[in-house]
Design a protein around this ligand. Structure first.
Ligand SMILES: NC(=O)c1ccc[n+]([C@@H]2O[C@H](COP(=O)([O-])OP(=O)(O)OC[C@H]3O[C@@H](n4cnc5c(N)ncnc54)[C@H](O)[C@@H]3O)[C@@H](O)[C@H]2O)c1
Length: 369
């Protein structure tokens, strides 16, 4: 191999291991700098020469111990040798329900994910919108920043079905904000079809995003949250999966989707048991049909069009006929909206004594026994 190529490889590897180390250092530092049960956002700032300087051994296994040893009291800002200077910022928002929290929402370029990210930002959170749709997610984050006249939101590219992509997205978010308090695993896809005919390709597609994607998301985010909790055990984090009513009852000719969502609830319950020791609550929300989102309403590809074209709803001649058919199955006779879902999000975050639950938001369509 040529020397230049070798140097480039070494440089890339060094950069990668520095990013990985930083995603351990910053969450631990956040925890050490916690004040009044709140974790700060860490912002990279220009050094002024007055900072406390700490040095972390490359590859160090117990980053928190090294920080605590060199920083016995919370001092701000801090220069981490070789990584830069970081200033802790506490939110001055006194009314927002999630003021000062750092959230990642996957699948946030559109639909539920985008609206959840907007709602979190409006309630005072710093939000990373993560999506496979690069242009869409950057535009979505820019829209939030323009509405709130701030730099509250960032757009990050991720494929939740790919471990490496998820890890880099999470590392990038930690580099920008300093840690994670809430991970909303929302990215999801649907390929409806009979078990008699659905292709293996479609089955893999749905399973990889909805089931494996949720598993990998938790695998990437939980260690960050655990480090924060190790440093500040009084402060817990939340993982919330946007599941579906199809995770609670079967869905006719939609087995791949329903199976992936049922599986998601198995993961939620299992992760909840395991991650209690790291101060992480893990819950799912199971919304009913969200007719206003693009999944249903997109005029070209949406489910209204697909169901109308395929004759799935007997006698339906318009999108409204299809909608009326599905609404008639709901005791409250309407679809689910993002404000309905947000009430469950805030409940799960504010409720300190619950984990491993699947909360239905279905207008009574699905009732727990
Ligand atoms: N729309 C509904 O009626 C409904 C009802 C109940 C539950 N849900 C669930 O809510 C979640 C969001 O649904 P929606 O209706 O907003 O869907 P949507 O299709 O409008 O948006 C999904 C987003 O996920 C992104 N995405 C897809 N694959 C991805 C991947 N591999 N990595 C990262 N991002 C990816 C897409 O680019 C898109 O921006 C899903 O988990 C879905 O199962 C939806």
């Amino acid at each position: 191999m040529k020397t230049d190529a070798l140097c480039a490889m070494r440089y890339a590897k060094n950069k990668e291991s520095k990013t990985i180390m930083l995603s351990k250092i910053l969450p631990a530092l956040r925890g050490v700098l916690a004040e009044n049960n709140a974790l700060p956002r860490l912002i990279k700032t220009e050094p002024t020469g007055d900072e406390t300087v700490i040095s972390i051994t490359p590859g160090c296994e117990d980053v928190l111990a090294e920080i605590k040893q060199q920083l016995p009291a919370p001092i701000n800002p801090v220069t981490i040798e070789g990584y830069g200077t970081y200033t802790a910022i506490f939110s001055d928002d006194t009314t927002g329900r999630v003021a000062g929290k750092i959230a990642i929402v996957t699948g946030a370029a559109q639909g539920f994910g985008y609206e959840i990210a907007c709602s979190l930002a409006r309630e005072g959170a710093w939000v990373a919108l993560a999506d496979i749709n690069e242009e869409g997610v950057k535009q979505a984050a820019a829209k939030i920043n323009s509405e709130l006249k701030s730099d509250t939101a960032v757009g990050v590219v991720v494929n939740v079905a790919d471990k490496k992509s998820l890890n880099s997205a999470v590392e990038m978010v930690v580099g920008i904000f300093g840690g994670i308090d809430l991970f909303v695993s929302n990215a999801g896809v649907l390929r409806a079809g009979s078990v008699k005919t659905l292709s293996e390709r479609d089955l893999d597609f749905v399973t990889n995003v909805n089931y494996k994607g949720y598993f990998l998301s938790v695998q990437a985010a939980a260690p960050i949250m655990a480090l924060q909790n190790q440093a500040a055990p009084q402060i817990w984090s939340d993982i919330i999966q946007v599941n579906s009513k199809s995770g609670l009852v079967g869905s006719n000719k939609n087995g791949a989707y329903a199976g992936s969502k049922f599986g998601g609830i198995g993961l939620t319950q299992s992760f909840a048991m395991e991650l209690v020791e790291d101060g992480i609550k893990v819950n799912s929300i199971c919304p009913g049909n969200f007719y206003d989102g693009p999944l249903w309403a997109d005029p070209e590809k949406g489910l209204f069009k697909q169901y109308l074209d395929s004759g799935k709803v007997p006698g339906a001649k318009t999108f409204d006929d299809v909608k009326a058919f599905y609404e008639s199955k709901v005791p409250m006779r309407r679809g689910c909206t993002t404000p309905d879902v947000m009430k469950a999000v805030f409940y799960l975050m504010e409720q300190a004594y619950e984990t491993g639950q699947a909360v239905p938001v279905t207008g009574g369509q699905v009732m727990l026994s």
